[in-house]
Structure formats: structure tokens, C-alpha cells
Design a protein around this ligand. Structure first.
Ligand code: NAD
Length: 486
């Protein structure tokens, strides 16, 4: 199989601190693998506590003495719009790099820069339009809210769609006036290296954006524990979130946590089955199944269960798995051999927990690289680990139900609560169910498409707080109440 290697790959990935590309003080580096050959293609600086100290000092100086937190919202918005234009203009290059580094199919990596750009435009508009409360007690007092940036924000991000997820944090933090230190995921640091040039060209002052590469237990941990970082915005696994939560306690930091999921798709017998099939296949097999909002448990009402299972398995078996850069590919290579091993362990486990209908191992003809055939298990009981645990790969569990009450109980019977997808033509049931299901976000008869104005976030073990919409600005800003006597 031919394997596309992008031209002009960097020779090494450095930190970006105070407007300069720098090595780790210790000189330590780590290897980054590409997921098709699993061989190192670049080394990245392995940030330690002293590198984080430097980055935080640069960000802190930008906060206390620099222009960025003091600019009028309109002036910040101009820079954010220039960033958006630059990001959008790099869509093809970004997709090429992201596909190479993460193993995502190229057709799904394309367009992510546009989405990331829209995040910057959205927050640029929002800070300009923003107004805060004022209250008057006639003859006695005027009270108003003065909003100001909290300080240096530590941003810690995962390896799935890394550039776009970074934009979810960078855009509201910068729009709010907070300097940042970004610690991207160690599996996929390549696309984050584009930010420094984009920000510098757009006129973001030095020190406002800083990046420290490295491992979570080293660079990430030092950032979380740094006393001059009052905010941590984290996206990643629930167990990592729990560790970070504990480590934030010492300084009572503000936390935003976007964590794991095991989201249900519930298909009632009165649903448009063709649409439900299309969408539930997309919901778990797009982005290689490495999607936090994947609908990885499909609950199907008994009268249509057998038909649904048969059609679903047939479609899953037809999904094209292959080289991520091939435009025909629908599922590429999983991000890293460690993650591949984890997903394959669940595939093996599933064979004893459910009835295998499709996939179940490596796709034929792909003997190297982190490839997993789209895998479908039916008759999966709620006690099964493949029903309860996040797999984060192209693996789905199908379970029948008889009543609406049973469907709701099954949907809620996991520790997570990120998303839910509901397929029914009964309007009343759709809304009643949507309002009862334990999920931060619900899609009714709808693909997973999100309006940027709406809050994004989970309940239960899926997270704390919301990213997206004006709620993000609340996280990055203090809302100080000022009371004036008349
Ligand atoms: P992860 O938790 O392993 O790592 C995420 C980031 O945290 C990485 O940058 C890592 O280096 C860092 N990290 C690890 N240990 C740390 C520590 N002790 N202190 C500070 N930082 C630390 O997650 P992952 O495997 O990169 O990403 C996949 C997970 O992310 C899945 O569970 C997925 O559901 C979740 N996710 C959630 C959302 C959402 O919005 N809810 C979006 C995308 C991914």
C-alpha cells in the first residue's frame, strides 16, 4: 500500500514561549509516530516543570503588563478574525498534516480548519456584542457587572481532532483576554505547531499564546499544579480529569472538563429507519470511532431490532478501511499502537459479551498499521463491559428494548452522560425522552451537527461546565459586581 508523507514536515517540534520557538531546558525529546507505519517521523521537545515555568512566566507577563487583556473587544476581535482567515486558508495543509499524524480519513480531516476558523469568528462577534447586567435601585444604588479576564489559562487537549479541539479552547480564552499555555496531546503534536505562525502573523502579541509539548504526567501535571495558572480547561479521559480535579484543589482553580462518553442512540420502531441507519453508522464509525460523542450503544425497539441489526451489519461490513490519505477511505488507522491494542482488547472481549455481526479484528489485506475493521456486536446486555466502558474506536454495541421506560433506563445505565441520539416520529415522546435522558446534549432525528451558539458539555462522568456559546466566556472571565451609592 502506498503511504503519503507530506512534504515539508518539520525536523523537530519545539515549544513556543514568549514569541520564540525553544527547546526544553533539559534537552529532552520524545518520538512521535505516524499511525500507518508506527515509526517515528519527528521528535518533539519533552516539556518539564522548568519549561512550564517559563511559559507561564511569559503568559503572566502578557497578562499583567501586556496590551492584550486591556484591548477593547473590537480590537481583539480584529485579531481573532485575522486568525480565522489564516486558519481557513490552511484547510488543505492542515488536513494533510492531521491525517498523517492522527490517521483520520482525509475526507473527514478536510473542513476541520473551517470549523476551527468559525470558532474564532464566533467568539470575535460575541465579545463585541456582549453586554452585562446593570440594576438600579431608584434613589439608592446603581449596580453593574464588570467583566475581566481571569488570568493565565492552562489548556490541555486530547489527540482526537486535535487542532479543532484546541480551537474550542483557544478562541474563547483569547477573546476573553486571557493569555494561554497550551499542552497538546503527545500522540499528535504536529498540527498544534501551526498555531504559532498563525497567531504571530495575525498580530497576537508575544507571550499571549504559549505552547509546551510533552507528556501529561510531566508537562501537563506541571501546568495543572502551577500557582500562577488560575484556570485549567481540559479535554480528555474521565480518569485523567479526576486526577486533574484533585490536583486543582490545592489552588481552588477554575476547571472546565470535557471528558469521556458512552452515548446511546435510541431507535424506536416508528423511526425513519433509513435515516437512523445512516446517522448511527456515521455516529460511531466516522472519525475512526475516536469521537467523544460517538453513539457507541444503539438501543433498538424490539419490532425492528432484527431488521435493524441485519441492515446495520451489512452496511458496517461495506465500510472502506484503508490508508487515511486515500479519498475512498472511510475508516483510517487508529492513532497509536497503544490505543489500537486497547481497542482490540475490547473487540476480543466483545466476542464473549455479545453476538459478533461484523468486523471483529483486523481488516483483511491490511497487515500493518493500526487498522480495526468496523465491528458490530448485537444482543449486548447492559452488564457487559462493552456496553459500559468507552472504547473510542470503530466498535458498536446493539441492544434491544421493549418499552420506552426500559429504553430510558438502559440509556441512563452508564456512568457517562455526554450525548444521546433519539430516533422516533412521535413528537411528544421525542421531547419527553430528550428531557429525561442523562446527557448534556441530545440530537432528535438528527445527525451530530452542532450550532456554535449552543453549549457543549456532559453530565455525570462526562464533564463539568460547558464549552461553546457565551458560557465559555463566563469561564474565562470574572464577573465582578460593583455597587454604587446614589
Ligand atoms: P487523555 O486523558 O489520555 O489525555 C488528554 C490530555 O491530558 C493529553 O494532552 C495528556 O497529555 C494530558 N494528561 C494526561 N495525564 C495528565 C495529568 N496527570 N495531568 C495533566 N495532563 C495530563 O485523553 P486522550 O486519550 O488524549 O483523549 C481521548 C479521551 O478524550 C476520550 O476519553 C474522549 O472521550 C475524550 N474527549 C472528550 C471530549 C469532550 O468534549 N467531552 C472531546 C474529545 C475527547
Amino acid at each position: 500500500m502506498t503511504h503519503h508523507v507530506p512534504d515539508g514536515l518539520p525536523g523537530e517540534l519545539k515549544h513556543y514561549i514568549g514569541g520564540e520557538l525553544v527547546d526544553s531546558v533539559s534537552g529532552k525529546t520524545f518520538d512521535v509516530l505516524d499511525p500507518v507505519t508506527n515509526t517515528p517521523y519527528v521528535t518533539a521537545a519533552a516539556g518539564q516543570a522548568e519549561d512550564v515555568d517559563r511559559a507561564v512566566a511569559a503568559a503572566r507577563a502578557a497578562f499583567t503588563d501586556g496590551p492584550w487583556p486591556r484591548l477593547l473587544p473590537r480590537a481583539r476581535a480584529r485579531v481573532l478574525n485575522r486568525i480565522a482567515d489564516a486558519v481557513e486558508a490552511q484547510d488543505a495543509r492542515l488536513a494533510e498534516l492531521e491525517t498523517f499524524d492522527t490517521g483520520l480519513p482525509i475526507t473527514q480531516a478536510l473542513g476541520q480548519a473551517q470549523r476551527a476558523a468559525e470558532n474564532f469568528r464566533f467568539f470575535a462577534d460575541l465579545v463585541v456584542a456582549q453586554s452585562d447586567d446593570t440594576y438600579q435601585v431608584p434613589g439608592r444604588q446603581v449596580n453593574y457587572v464588570h467583566r475581566k479576564p481571569v488570568g493565565v489559562a492552562g489548556l490541555i487537549t486530547p489527540w482526537n481532532t486535535p487542532f479543532m479541539l484546541e480551537s474550542w479552547k483557544l478562541a474563547p480564552a483569547l477573546a476573553s483576554g486571557c493569555p494561554v499555555v497550551l499542552k497538546p496531546a503527545e500522540f499528535t503534536p504536529l498540527s498544534a505547531s501551526l498555531w504559532a505562525g498563525i497567531f504571530a502573523d495575525a498580530g497576537l502579541p508575544p507571550g499571549v499564546f504559549n505552547l509546551v509539548n510533552g507528556f501529561g504526567e510531566e508537562a501537563g501535571d506541571a501546568l495543572v499544579k502551577h500557582p500562577d495558572v488560575p484556570l485549567i480547561s481540559f479535554t480528555g479521559e474521565t480518569t485523567t480529569g479526576q486526577t486533574i480535579y484533585r490536583n486543582c484543589a490545592t489552588h481552588l482553580k477554575g476547571m472546565s472538563m470535557e471528558l469521556g462518553g458512552k452515548s446511546p442512540a435510541i431507535v424506536f420502531a416508528d423511526a425513519d429507519l433509513d435515516a437512523a441507519l445512516d446517522s448511527t453508522l456515521f455516529g460511531v464509525f466516522s472519525l475512526n470511532g475516536e469521537r467523544c460523542t460517538a453513539g457507541s450503544r444503539i438501543l433498538v425497539e424490539r419490532p425492528v431490532y432484527d431488521e435493524f441489526c441485519a441492515r446495520y451489519a451489512e452496511r458496517a461490513a461495506d465500510i472502506v478501511v484503508g490508508d487515511p490519505h486515500d479519498p475512498a477511505t472511510e475508516v483510517g488507522a487508529l492513532v497509536h499502537p497503544e490505543h489500537y491494542e486497547k481497542v482490540m482488547r475490547y473487540v476480543e472481549l466483545g466476542k464473549s459479551e455479545g453476538r459478533l455481526l461484523a468486523g471483529g479484528g483486523r481488516p483483511s489485506g491490511l497487515d500493518t498499521g493500526n487498522y480495526v475493521a468496523p465491528t458490530v456486536f448485537a444482543d449486548v446486555p447492559p452488564t457487559a463491559r462493552i456496553f459500559q466502558e468507552e472504547i473510542f474506536g470503530p466498535v458498536v454495541a446493539l441492544t434491544p428494548f421493549d418499552t420506552e421506560a426500559e429504553a430510558l433506563a438502559l440509556a441512563n445505565d452508564v456512568k457517562y452522560g455526554l450525548a444521546a441520539y433519539l430516533w422516533t416520529s412521535n413528537l411528544e415522546r421525542a421531547h419527553t425522552f430528550a428531557q429525561s435522558v442523562e446527557a448534556g446534549m441530545v440530537w432528535l432525528n438528527s445527525h451530530n451537527v452542532r450550532d456554535l451558539r449552543t453549549p457543549f458539555g456532559g453530565v455525570k462522568a462526562s464533564g463539568l461546565g460547558h464549552e461553546g456559546g457565551y458560557r465559555s466566556l463566563d469561564f474565562y472571565t470574572h464577573q465582578q459586581a460593583i455597587h454604587v451609592s446614589l
